[in-house]
Design a protein around this ligand. Structure first.
Ligand code: G6P
Ligand code: MG
Length: 222
């Protein structure tokens, strides 16, 4: 069996891996935190990376949660999302992170199927604006599973849609919750960025530009 003919698939997280929407999520949460007078900054925002909307609000409010009713918390999520939706309107193909487009194109050349599995309910409009839908064989977003990362559900659904066994899938993630989700799904994982965050991954690289088809193959078959 040659490497090229081996069954495998690659599942990408979206925010912080293919596009820097992490900054837009931060700006939208910061605006809300300032308005409701809850202390928040970039450092606190790190804990929200890869965490779904409701749980992000829980982390943002922390000890201040008791000041607000459930109805107010629902409204805060909607308010943050409205700001975020406005911010992503500016996204275009030039916002693909360096190396992301080339890697997706190389996977297509090698006939290795690629998916995006994101906790974000806004993943599809972002992918459309990035112009990479045609390079993906499957997309799973946060509206399609009951439990978010670190549960493995998003990744397992993506693997099923690719028709690739989880043990032959490689996940590319920038968040601790995502690395954990990949492990719980029985998948290999390449972590991007700070080892303090993604150190539990099978491999850690500085950015998506450092990932080659060869590295993904080695990882899938190891
Ligand atoms: C991704 C991002 C998180 C975000 C989550 C939900 O995982 O990394 O920062 O909170 O998606 O996004 P949404 O667009 O549904 O609020
Ligand atoms: Mg991410």
């Amino acid at each position: 069996m040659t490497l090229a003919s081996s069954v495998m698939g690659v599942i990408f997280d979206l925010d912080g891996v293919l596009v820097d929407t992490a900054e837009f999520h931060y700006l939208a949460w910061q605006q809300l935190a300032d308005r409701i007078r809850v202390p928040f900054d970039r450092q606190r925002n790190e804990a929200l990376r890869g965490v779904d909307r409701v749980n992000s609000l829980r982390l943002l409010l922390g000890a201040h949660a008791d000041r607000f009713t459930d109805a107010e918390k629902d409204a805060f999520c909607a308010e943050k999302n409205a700001v975020y939706v406005k911010l992503i309107e500016t996204i275009s193909p030039k916002d693909l992170l360096p190396g992301a487009g080339a890697l997706l194109a190389a996977l297509r050349e090698t006939a290795i199927p690629a998916a995006v599995a994101s906790s974000s309910k806004n993943a599809r409009p972002v992918l459309e604006r990035l112009g990479i839908m045609n390079l993906l064989q499957a997309v799973v977003d946060g509206s399609e599973v009951a439990v978010a990362k670190p549960a493995p559900d998003l990744f397992l659904l993506a693997a099923a849609r690719l028709g690739v066994p989880p043990a032959r899938c490689v996940v590319v993630e920038d968040a601790e919750a995502g690395v954990e989700a990949a492990g719980r799904g029985g998948m290999r994982c390449i972590g991007i960025g700070d080892a303090a965050r993604v150190g539990a991954a099978d491999r850690v690289v500085p950015s998506v530009a450092d990932i080659t088809v060869r590295l993904l193959q080695d990882c899938a078959l190891s």
